[in-house]
Design a protein around this ligand. Structure first.
Ligand code: SF4
Length: 201
């Protein structure tokens, strides 16, 4: 997926400063999570009209280079295109990243959960978080199937985020395991959060 919506920060400097007023602000600035958002493929079976990958500035993205560079980041977001089009490659990539930087947080973006649940669950087991996107109303059936399975499988706690586009009419109460961002609309130029750098693999 290539929606440019960053994860909300896990910490909240303003409220921490209120509790510990003498804490230097520079500490928070220098310890801000450093994120690499990596497009691992441009292939995608959908053709969303606002896809960031079609916008001019996304045609000249810097390459990530040697994968050893993951050691310089606190978080890696693997996105596309659709990363789950090739689950074997994705799993190999995740394993390699974890080998090179065992403490890095890995988040996978996807909008492909139809007929792909086994691969998706395997990937989810390996990573720290998953961001799914519901683009249109018909995607909801697949999401409900996944959500029901997550309710019964024994999966360690993960950061689960659900992006719901404005045009998708969702009529199910989504379980609280998902952090929901709804009413999403396409944004021109797809701005990135401040702490993120975009690469292609
Ligand atoms: S699903 Fe994501 S990558 Fe695929 S076309 Fe839509 S916005 Fe682009």
């Amino acid at each position: 997926m290539s929606i440019r919506n960053g994860y909300p920060s896990a910490w909240d400097p303003p409220s921490l400063i209120r509790v510990f007023p003498s804490f230097p602000l520079n500490y928070f600035i220098s310890h801000r999570m450093k994120t690499a958002r990596i497009i691992i493929t441009y292939e995608c079976p959908r053709s969303c009209k606002g896809c960031c990958n079609k916008q001019d500035q996304f045609k000249h993205i810097q390459s990530f280079g040697a994968l050893e560079h993951v050691r310089e980041f606190d978080q890696v977001i693997l996105t596309g295109g659709e990363p789950l089009l090739d689950p074997k490659r994705l799993i190999e990539l995740i394993s390699l990243i974890k080998h090179l930087n065992p403490t890095v947080e890995i988040i996978v973006y996807s909008a492909l959960y139809r007929d792909n649940l086994a691969a998706l669950l395997t990937v989810l087991y390996l990573v720290d978080g998953l961001t799914l996107t519901i683009h249109e109303t018909k995607d909801i059936i697949d999401f409900v199937r996944l959500d029901d399975i997550l309710g019964v499988v024994n999966m360690p706690k993960k950061k689960l985020r659900l992006n719901i586009f404005k045009q998708a009419l969702i009529c199910k109460l989504v379980s609280p395991r998902w952090d929901i961002k709804d009413n999403i609309e396409w944004i021109d130029n797809c701005p990135l959060p401040e702490n993120e750098t975009l690469f292609k693999l």
